[in-house]
Design a protein around this ligand. Sequence first.
Ligand code: S3P
Length: 175
Amino acid sequence: MNPARSIVLIGMMGAGKSSVGRCLQRRTGLARLDTDEMLAAQFGKPIAEIFGTDGEEKFREAETALLRKLAPDRPAIIVTGGGIVLRRENVALLKKLGVVVWLTADQETLFERASRRNDRPLLQKENPRTVYSELFRKREPLYAAAADVRIDTCCKTHDEVAETILARIEELAAR
Ligand code: S3P
């Protein structure tokens, strides 16, 4: 299946955006643009180091500047960082880019997945569970408002999530 519009993945850390993005890339043959990967390349250092040395605000500014410039000549799979919905301008830019797909699950599952990696600067705190809970509470309504499609990823493999996304997009296109 080759979607007519880009597929934009949003959701909390641990939602599976990067892995599902790779499955979608494989299934559709479309290019994959990962904003975190692009920003790490741009700064020449990993995200955690950008947060540590340049600060979160610099990262957020660069994230928005990147979105403003992002204009793939063909539909693509666009993978975003969890905080992308914090700025209203970003949401408007994402909506212009394509179908916005929100990957989610219950908070416990998301947190458990997010804590498997230790390179997420926002969770390198004394009480990561509390931090996560607060981010979840603040961001849930933002994801909900931004999304065209919401996918529950709980109990699904990345590949099953990718399959569900493509089916939902086909349904939307047929309407
Ligand atoms: C962030 C999520 C990260 C990354 C940065 C900030 C966030 O991406 O952009 O650490 O604010 O939730 P993932 O969602 O891919 O972990």
